[in-house]
Each structure stands twice: as C-alpha cells, then as structure tokens.
Design a protein around this ligand. Structure first.
Ligand SMILES: [Zn+2]
Length: 215
C-alpha cells in the first residue's frame, strides 16, 4: 500500500508555540496567527511579509489602522499580510499589486497632496548570505529541497526576522479620485466607466476578454 508521504512541516499551532518560546510580542504573534489563517497555510513568503509590514509600520511611525496606501511588487504571498494586518485591500483601494516580481512592499500614509512619502522594504539578497537555506529558497534553486528543508527554512525566517530586510525612503505620485461618467459598450451592451473604454468597445470585449459564452 502506498503510504501518504509526510513532508516535515510545522502546523500553525506548532509555529505559534515556537513564536511564544522565541519571545515574539503579543501583537506580532497575533498578526502571524491571523495571516496564517487567512492565507490558509504558513507560506514562507507570507511569513516574511508579516515582518515586512511590522517593520514598515514602525519606520513610518504609524499604526495598522491608520490610513496607509500599500504597493506590493509581487502577487505572490506578499499582498496578504497588509490585507489582514492593515485592512488594506484592493477593494478599498488601499492595496495595489504590481507584477514586477520583486519581494518588496511600499507603505505610504495617505496624502491630500500630489505626492506621498513613505518607505519601501525589500528582501535584501546580500543579507541572505548568512542564511543559505533562505537564499536557496528565495533564488528558487534546485539546492532547496522542500522535503527536508521546509522546517529549517521557517526556523531561519523566524530567527532572521528583520535581519534579511532593508529599506529606503521613497515618494510617489498620488492619483486622487476623479469624476467619471458611465457609457454603454456597443459590443456587449453593458455599462462601463467611459475612461475605461478601449476606443469603440470595453476591455471585456477587447484586450481583457477572458471567457467565451457557452451555447
Ligand atoms: Zn463590451
């Protein structure tokens, strides 16, 4: 009989116990607990993201419930911690996800001006030299063996904390809400904001078409 192969991995309960023994603050531990629950499992990148949000908030001197705009430079893992910890979501326009492919996140407190100042935090590849297992996982190299290294990877991420991160102060342009009018797409007959039309049709009938109607 083929047995289920058990990949040595921490359960959420084991991880939280580990954080307690490592002396994590109540707030940080609670952030990890909520993020693991939301993400449905303790993905390494998501764990690093919790440290990133925690670090970024302290650098800009803000609290999680302050009005802060977040930009994640990857769709992988990193958009989840700001959603859970700060309630910055794509739906409330406080979270933007850019497909750049970098493990970096920018936090900028809301500004009524045309530019906002904040902080960009990123995983610093040079700082990973001290953590070869995190480096192997981060570089997605064959030397990272999930079957035997998963627990050690998580151990190293929790031990490293902010030590693998660097930051820079940044400013960026802010687009404020603009007035818009609704138009009917002549192709599908549905309503869309006029500024989202692609010439004579909507994006759903054009560059963003993603389905075929079934008979
Ligand atoms: Zn259309």
């Amino acid at each position: 009989m083929m047995g289920m192969q058990t990949i040595p991995e921490y359960s959420s309960a084991e991880l939280l116990e580990k954080m307690d023994s490592m002396g994590f603050s109540k707030e940080l531990r609670e952030s990890f607990r909520k993020c693991i629950d939301f993400h449905t499992y303790p993905a390494p990148g998501m764990l690093i993201g919790v440290f990133m949000v925690d670090y970024a908030l302290s650098l800009i001197g803000k609290k999680p419930d302050d009005k802060i705009f977040v930009t994640s430079e990857t769709p992988k893992c990193l958009p989840d911690p700001p959603q859970v910890i700060m309630h910055a979501t794509t739906g409330n326009h406080r979270l933007r996800v850019l497909p750049i492919g970098k493990f970096a996140i920018t936090l900028t407190p809301f500004s009524a001006k045309d530019a906002a100042e904040g902080v960009r935090i990123y995983v610093d590849r040079k700082k990973l030299e001290k953590y070869p297992i995190i480096a192997a996982w981060y570089d997605n190299t064959p030397s990272f063996k999930p079957a035997t290294m998963k627990k050690q990877l998580v151990d190293d991420i929790l031990t490293a904390g902010r030590a693998i991160l660097s930051y820079e102060r940044v400013k960026m342009n802010v687009t404020h809400k603009k007035k818009w009018t609704s138009v009917t797409c002549p192709s599908c007959g549905e309503q869309v904001p006029e500024n989202m039309m692609e010439g004579t049709h909507c994006a759903g009938c054009g560059s963003l078409a993603y389905y075929e109607r079934m008979e």
